[in-house]
Design a protein around this ligand. Sequence first.
Ligand code: ARG
Length: 254
Amino acid sequence: MKRIALLLSALLLTAPSALATSVAQVKQKGVLVLGTDPTFQPFEFKGPDGTVQGFDIDIAREVARDLGVRLQVQSVGFGALMPQAVTSGRVDMAMSGITITPERAKVVAFSAPYYRSAQVFIVRGGNPKGFAWPASVKGRTIGVQADTTGQYAANDALKPKGATLKVYDDFAAGLADVRAGRIDALIGDAPTVTSLKQRLPGQFAQAGSPLVAEDYGMVFSKGSDLAAAANRTLARLKASGAYQRLLDKWIVQK
Ligand code: ARG
């Protein structure tokens, strides 16, 4: 028993460095493994044919292209993706509309910011409950997705003002509760809410002012030279106009 425990702890101790991925290792494998939670249109979602597509996927494919390898997309739930899938080396990089925060930056490495976003409130079309931020929060029930910056911001800003938070693992379950009137509002990332309103006209609306502005980054294991490689790809895409074309292709402008 004791020996097994010792063996296990030895494995756990050596695992991170043994699995940490670098440019050289990715080139040797010939594949860049991207972890993503494909429930986040237009950044990553399953298309009609079941393949994962979106803005993030196209950017990751360009990173892979610059490294001379192919991209392999692995679906991982957001809670497992950030940060375990990255720190364990199960994936080489993560892109999933992931917000850069100082706390996360202690655990993983971020690329330069690649998209300016915000956390906003989504309500049923017509806002029948008259939710407003910051005017009307006390006594409200607000949905948040587990392990997201929306949840962190709600803990900091809404709870102290007397709101009750309802936590969802699955964003779609929160949307169902908004539609059914079981919660007053759900916190979500601005571009996904805009895309949702476009796909389901009239069913949902944005209410109140944004809760917090934020930036998305690509995520790597700490110390990996893949982050610098990704920044070079980002710079190339911006300089050539390809980045703007990808924005035009995927992101609904309000
Ligand atoms: N931007 C938020 C965060 O980093 C939410 C991201 C959720 N992404 C997803 N693919 N479900 O916490």
